[in-house]
Design a protein. Structure first.
Length: 382
């Protein structure tokens, strides 16, 4: 026991603080939906899609029921299926590879870069050969903008172009970030994002969206999210899903999008404070020149097998941490039979043993953050 244990516990993400800031605006928006009762594809859905597309500069934003569905709808729209290889980073949330398997394709795992935690373009090039040798047709790559930081989209695009791959950016954690001055949502052939409550732009339930500049793809997505509809829901021209964003969630998101730029700036301030407070004692995240992050996570690397002990001592002081991700996908029971690219997975394996994410959100005040920084410094010295 020490003097720090008497302080109140700190939340990992403070959804309540944002709720208080939004106040009546969200209540009123939800009340309007409750009054007009168009719960499925009501007017707020189209209005939100228009704002969303404008926010990132994409030609189309097609909303849907979740980030996972957003990824899956894009693969379905491209007809990706059995015999096709879909390249994914091995260090990501399961949904990235899950959608490839769900459409009947084969996820092929590619290692990530040790500094950015994002897909390694050289590993992608090596994995193309692995897939071909396994008799698969290389069809798509899903770079992930992990923890809010854009992937190396130029390098991924170069490999994808030479191999004719469909590029589906998984920006579930990174909507609002930018790569060389261009917002995410405009990279690759399509981008998927998620509005799960813990994501930087979250709603009060599940939700997602696909962005694209391709008119034909957008039209196919609109059909797929309503059972593959043609002229109407009872004219079925393809196999689809029931995957709409609820009108109530769209109404909530319209209000949240208004304060999102402000929140992105607050997240970035918090990340800078961590870097200043911890940069001399820990391996803190680096943002490559020309990129911005929305800091879905603030993730340290703690080498030497000390990570779990440090997490435990922070927990004892009321400071929550999280491990994203403890098991890389190529070692998960559900995914370990899928191929790994020739480049191997050494970095993913190492990261899984070393990463530790600290609380970060737009409402983390300086005093709370300094308490976290002090505790991390003490734990690292112990
Ligand atoms: C959250 C997440 C998803 C899935 O989003 P849901 O809305 O939860 O379905 C996909 N990919 C990544 C990288 C994620 O973090």
């Amino acid at each position: 026991m020490n003097q720090h244990t008497s302080l109140p516990p700190i939340p990992f993400i403070d959804v309540g603080a944002q709720r208080r800031r939004l106040g009546r605006a969200v209540d009123d928006a939800v009340a309007r939906v409750m009054a007009h009762c168009q719960f499925i594809l009501g007017p707020e859905v189209k209005a939100f899609e228009t704002e969303l597309a404008k926010f990132c500069g994409a030609r189309h934003a097609v909303s849907c029921a979740s980030g996972t569905d957003a990824l899956m709808l894009a693969l379905m729209a491209k007809g990706i299926g059995p015999g096709d290889a879909v390249f994914c980073p091995s260090f990501t949330f399961s949904a990235t590879a899950e959608v490839a398997a769900l459409v009947g394709a084969t996820p092929v795992f590619v290692d990530v870069d040790a500094d950015t935690f994002n897909i390694d373009a050289k590993g992608l090039a090596a994995a193309l050969d692995t897939a071909k040798r396994a008799g698969l047709a290389p069809k798509a790559v899903i770079p992930v903008d992990l923890f809010g930081l854009p992937a190396d989209h130029d390098a991924v695009a170069a490999v994808a172009r030479s191999a004719g791959l469909f590029v589906l950016d998984d920006a579930a954690q990174a909507f609002g970030a930018s790569h060389k001055g261009r917002p995410l949502g405009t990279f690759g052939h399509a981008t998927a994002t998620s509005f799960f409550p813990a994501k930087p732009l979250g709603c009060y339930g599940d939700g997602g969206a696909v962005f694209t500049d391709d008119d034909t793809l957008a039209e196919t997505l609109l059909s797929l999210r309503v059972h593959g509809q043609g002229s109407d829901k009872y004219d079925n021209v393809r196999i689809g899903l029931a995957s709409r964003l609820d009108t109530i969630q769209a109404a909530v998101l319209i209000e949240k999008l208004k304060i999102f730029p402000d929140e992105i700036a607050a997240r970035d301030r918090a990340a800078r404070r961590y870097a200043e407070g911890l940069g001399d004692v820990a391996i803190v995240p680096k943002v490559p020149a020309g990129l911005t992050s929305v800091w879905a996570q603030y993730t340290l690397r703690i080498a030497g097998g000390r990570r779990d002990k440090i997490a435990a001592s922070l927990k004892a002081e009321g400071i929550p941490t999280a491990i994203y991700y403890p098991i890389p996908l190529h070692r998960q029971q559900a995914y370990k039979h899928y191929p790994v690219g020739a480049g191997g997975t050494a970095v993913s394996d190492q990261l899984a043993a070393e990463v530790l994410s600290l609380p970060i959100h737009a409402y983390l005040d300086a005093a709370t953050q300094d308490r976290i920084i002090d505790a991390v410094r003490r734990a690292l010295k112990r």
